[in-house]
Design a protein around this ligand. Structure first.
Ligand SMILES: [Zn+2]
Length: 426
């Protein structure tokens, strides 16, 4: 059988003109649908003096009001719903570290849309119909497990829904069932590596890792790829846009994340003012869904920071615009001694030190209003705190205290890794 390069060649290689025409249609439909069927959207659009007929070209998107994470929280549980409740088939929810939960509901068509986006990602990563994929994110309210599952079904993959935990058994299953790809958070891949090292197990015959839900540095990617002998892909999507993979993934060419533009309009705005930014400038990425029924998003402010890398056809042949891998969330930006940085930058610096292991904590100590920073990191013998301090000084411009821990001694959680801790100094 011929190797599939695309899941949906037609949609993944549309010309820019065809994409623009589809986007306008989708935007007009979405605004009309939301305006007509949800009290929340009707009020929101009316307050901005928008009626569905006002959307005449794509630039009119800038007249529409933004949607925020707080809107989702305020409209809990289903006040944003634009379809009859009886048409809902599934829901997912994220709680985040702060505040009330964010709910996404799916009609049958929304589930099909999610499956379509995920199938495109899985084929783009190199998986082929018939290949086995091990799905290690949790099956539950978190969207990860089911997202991989719906997409794998659509793409004709053999799904092994292990969920998280019991790493020794996960490795055994990979080997027994000739698993070619895994869906995971990158910190779980590091857990698998630890288990291989600790038990002296042979490397499973994996080839592909699709990692989502956490930002990770290029250096972390390189380590996971080298140790597991895989190609790693960065998949993007969130509860609010409909789950993992809905807003794309990076391809083998590694020059940005392909957003599924027949499904979402992408804007980059100034995170302070909301003003649109030109291609190349880093800002907050904003998504508008074009086909989603139950809870469409109109100009959803993700708080994720990135930039448009290119709108040219990619080396992989796809024509959709590419955004950079996510640098971090606006809300996750750390400010210490007047320097702004993201946890991912600390990770990148740490992973450049030979002997440093992927388990680390960034401790922010509040010392009577002044923030101090300490890095706890696991490392092999021979790595010293001074080496960590020196590298971070070089990278960030200041020198946090570095504390070295023996391998396996920092606490580990399941699911998304927690890296940043705020504490008050005694
Ligand atoms: Zn590409």
């Amino acid at each position: 059988m011929k190797k599939l390069q695309y899941w949906n060649e037609r949609m993944e290689t549309l010309s820019r003109d065809e994409l623009a025409a589809m986007q306008l249609k989708g935007l007009q439909w979405t605004v009309k649908h939301a305006w007509a069927n949800s009290e929340f959207y009707h009020r929101r659009l009316s307050e901005a003096n928008i009626e569905p007929g006002d959307i005449r070209d794509l630039d009119n998107i800038r007249d529409l009001p933004f949607l925020t994470k707080d809107d989702f929280r305020d409209q809990y549980p289903l006040n944003m719903l634009c379809m009859p409740r009886s048409s809902i088939r599934e829901m997912h929810m994220s709680s985040g570290s702060t505040g009330a939960a964010i709910v996404m509901a799916y009609t049958e068509a929304d589930l099909a849309q999610w499956a379509e986006c995920m199938a495109r990602c899985q084929i783009m990563a190199g998986l082929q119909p018939g290949d086995a994929i091990q799905v290690t994110p949790t099956f539950g309210l978190f969207n990860g497990g089911f997202g991989f599952y719906h997409g794998a079904r659509r793409a004709g993959l053999f799904t092994i829904p292990t969920s998280s935990g019991n790493t020794a058994r996960q490795i055994k299953l990979m080997r027994d069932f000739k698993v070619r790809g895994i869906g995971s958070v990158v910190s779980y891949a590091t857990r698998i590596i630890e288990m291989l090292d600790e038990k002296g197990l042979d490397l499973p015959d994996l080839e592909i890792g699709i990692f989502g839900a956490e930002t990770f540095s290029d250096e972390m990617r390189k380590r996971v790829e080298t140790r597991l002998g895989i190609k790693a892909f960065d998949i993007y999507g969130m509860t609010e846009t409909g789950g993992v993979g809905t807003t794309g993934m990076d391809c083998e060419a590694r020059c940005g994340i392909h957003v599924w533009e027949d499904q979402y309009i992408t804007e980059i705005v100034d995170p302070e003012t909301g003003a649109p930014l030109p291609d190349g400038a880093v800002g907050e990425v904003v998504f508008t869904s074009l086909t989603r029924e139950a809870i469409p998003v109109i100009r959803y402010r993700t708080r994720d920071l990135t930039r448009v890398v290119s709108r040219e056809r990619c080396a992989c042949g796809r024509t959709s615009l590419r955004i950079d891998r996510i640098e971090g969330r606006c809300d996750d930006m750390l400010i210490v001694k007047g320097v702004n940085f993201f946890p991912k930058q600390v990770e990148q610096a740490l992973m450049e030190i030979p002997g440093v292991l992927p388990e680390y904590q960034i401790i922010l100590e509040n010392d009577h209003g002044v923030t101090d920073i300490r890095i706890n990191v696991e490392a092999e013998e021979g790595v010293t705190g001074y080496m960590v301090e020196k590298k971070l000084k070089e990278r960030l411009g200041f020198s946090p205290k570095g504390d070295i821990f023996k391998p396996g001694t920092l606490p580990r959680g399941e699911g998304k890794a927690r890296r940043v801790f705020h504490v008050d100094k005694e």
